[in-house]
Ligand binder design. Structure first.
Ligand SMILES: Cc1ncc(COP(=O)(O)O)c(C=O)c1O
Length: 455
C-alpha cells in the first residue's frame, strides 16, 4: 500500500543522512518511523507492526523494550550514568569484566572497554601492533585479513575488510593488508561437505603466512560466519587450523565475535566450538541486548604485561573513548548476562535453532532460485541464485533481495537482506508462532516475487 509521506518522514528526510543507504532510494521508500517496540515486534506511526527478524542489525537478544533490562537501565540512570574511566571505575564495569573473563575461552584475563564494534576492532589491531613494537618485533607492521571479511567502517577496520562495496573507494587511504582467500563452503573449490571437511582451504592462508609472517602482526577473522558478506558459514575445523598456523608463525589471532558472540551460533562464543583461545576477542552488538553501544576487547596476560611498566618507558596503551566503560551500558550488559544465567538461554537457542532449521528446510529446501539454506545456531540464510545447478548469482544491479525486502515489509516482516542473501537472525525470545510467521511470510514473498516476474 502506498501511503502519503508523513510529517515525521518529511522532517527526517530534511536533515538526516541514514547509514548504509543511497538516500535517493528514500524518495520512493521513505524511512519507516518506529514509535515503539515490544518483544520481536516494531510498531510504526500507523500502528502497523513488523517482526524484527534481523534483531535490528544483530544487536537485540531478548526483545525490544525488555522489562528486565529497561528496569536495570532505569535504576542505574538514577544512580550514576557515566564517569571518566581513566583513574576511575565503577561496580558495573568491574562485575562485567569478571563475568566476561569467566565466560570467555581460557587465557583471556584482561578486558579493555570501547563503545562500538569498529572501535573494538581498532583497539585489537593497535594493541597487537604496539605489542610487537614493544617486544622487539618491529618488522611486524601488517595485518592479514580474508576475502569477504567485514570488521566495521572506520579506516583501520575497513583496511582489514574484504567486501569491495564498502572499502573499494577508500583503497588509497587503507593500510597495506595481506589478503588470503577465506573459506567459501557454498562454492567450495575442493567440493567438500561441511560435515566431513578437513579445511583444505586453510592452505590459502598458510601460504600467505609462510611468505609474510615476519611482516604480519595479526590475522583477523570472523569466527564461523562471515556475516556482512552474506552469512557465509564455515566449520570450526578451519578455526583450529588457523589457530595452529598463527602459533606456528608467531602471529596474533584476532577473533572478531562482534556479530556472532553472546549465543548467536549456539555457544556463548563461536570460538568455543573450535576449542581455541584467540589472542584478542572483540565483542559488541549483543553485549547490551540491543540497548546501548558498548564493546570490549579481551586479551591475555602476556599481551597486557608487554604494556605494563614505568610510565617513562612510554609503553602504555594510550587509546581512549569518551564513553569508554560507560556505566549505563555496563549495567545493561550485566543484566543481559544475568538473563543468560537465570533463564537457560543457551538451551533456548538450541531448541529454537532446531525449530528454525526444520521450518526453513521445509519451506526453502527445494525452492527454485534458492541455491542453499544454511544455518548455524540462530542465524539462517537463504542464498538466492539465478541458477541452482551452476550457483550463478543474480546480477547485483537487479537488487532482488532489496525488492523482496520491501515486499516483506508490506506483510509485516523485516528481513533486510545482504545483496541477494536473505537471512534470519531473530531475537532469542521469538515464539513458535512468530517463527512460523517469519518463515512462511518469507516463503510467500519470494514465491510472489518470482511469480510477478513471470518466472
Ligand atoms: C563482524 C563485525 N565486526 C565489526 C562490526 C562493526 O561493528 P559496529 O557497526 O558496531 O561498528 C560488525 C558490524 O556489523 C561486524 O559484523
Amino acid at each position: 500500500m502506498i501511503r502519503e509521506i508523513t510529517d515525521l518522514q518529511a522532517r527526517d528526510l530534511r536533515h538526516i543522512w541514514h547509514p548504509c543507504s543511497q538516500m535517493k532510494d528514500y524518495e520512493a521508500f521513505p524511512p519507516i518511523v518506529i514509535k515503539k517496540g515490544q518483544g520481536v515486534w516494531l510498531y510504526d506511526e500507523h500502528d502497523k507492526r513488523y517482526l524484527d527478524a534481523v534483531s535490528s542489525w544483530w544487536v537485540n537478544l531478548f526483545g525490544h523494550a525488555n522489562p528486565r533490562i529497561s528496569q536495570a537501565l532505569s535504576h542505574q540512570a538514577f544512580t550514576l550514568e557515566h564517569t571518566i574511566f581513566a583513574n576511575f571505575t565503577h561496580e558495573p564495569a568491574i562485575q562485567l569484566a569478571e563475568k566476561l573473563v569467566a565466560l570467555s575461552p581460557p587465557g583471556l584475563h584482561k578486558v579493555f572497554f570501547a563503545d562500538n564494534g569498529s572501535s573494538a576492532v581498532e583497539v585489537a589491531l593497535k594493541m597487537s601492533f604496539q605489542y610487537h613494537m614493544q617486544t622487539g618485533k618491529q618488522t611486524k607492521t601488517r595485518f592479514l585479513a580474508f576475502t569477504d571479511a567485514y570488521h566495521g567502517e572506520t579506516v583501520g577496520a575497513l583496511s582489514v575488510g574484504g567486501v569491495g562495496l564498502y572499502n573499494e573507494v577508500f583503497e588509497p587511504l587503507l593500510l597495506d593488508t595481506v589478503r588470503a582467500q577465506g573459506p567459501d563452503c557454498f562454492r567450495c573449490p575442493f567440493q567438500k561437505l561441511p560435515e566431513s571437511c578437513d579445511a583444505p582451504c586453510s592452505h590459502f592462508v598458510e601460504e600467505q603466512l609462510k611468505m609474510h609472517h615476519e611482516e604480519i602482526t595479526a590475522v583477523i577473522i570472523e569466527p564461523l560466519i562471515q556475516a556482512a558478506a552474506g552469512m557465509k558459514m564455515y566449520p570450526p575445523i578451519y578455526l583450529q587450523r588457523l589457530r595452529a598456523l598463527c602459533s606456528q608463525y608467531d602471529v596474533h589471532l584476532i577473533a572478531d565475535e562482534i556479530a556472532v558472540g553472546f549465543g548467536r551460533t549456539g555457544t556463548m562464543f563461536a570460538c568455543e566450538q573450535a576449542s581455541i583461545t584467540p589472542d584478542f576477542m572483540c565483542l559488541s552488538k549483543g553485549i547490551t541486548g540491543g540497548y546501548l553501544p558498548l564493546s570490549a576487547v579481551l586479551t591475555s596476560d602476556q599481551v597486557y604485561n608487554a604494556f605494563y611498566d614505568e610510565y617513562g618507558t612510554m609503553k602504555a596503551f594510550l587509546h581512549s573513548h569518551s564513553y569508554s566503560g560507560n556505566t549505563l551500558a555496563c549495567r545493561v550488559a550485566l543484566e543481559v548476562l544475568t538473563i543468560f544465567e537465570e533463564e537457560q538461554i543457551m538451551d533456548m537457542i538450541q531448541r529454537k535453532g532446531q525449530q528454525m532449521r526444520q521450518l526453513a528446510m521445509e519451506a526453502f529446501g527445494h525452492m527454485p532460485y534458492v541455491g542453499e539454506y544454511r544455518q548455524v545456531g540462530l542465524v539462517g540464510a537463504i542464498e538466492l541464485v539465478a541458477d541452482r545447478q551452476t550457483k550463478t548469482p543474480f546480477a547485483s544491479e537487479e537488487r532482488i533481495g532489496y525488492q523482496i525486502y520491501q515486499q516483506a515489509l508490506e506483510k509485516g516482516l523485516l528481513i533486510r537482506p545482504l545483496g541477494n542473501i536473505l537471512y534470519f537472525m531473530p531475537p532469542y525470545i521469538i515464539t513458535n508462532e512468530e517463527m512460523t510467521f517469519m518463515i512462511n511470510t518469507t516463503k510467500e514473498t519470494i514465491e510472489q516475487f518470482f511469480k510477478d516476474r513471470g518466472e
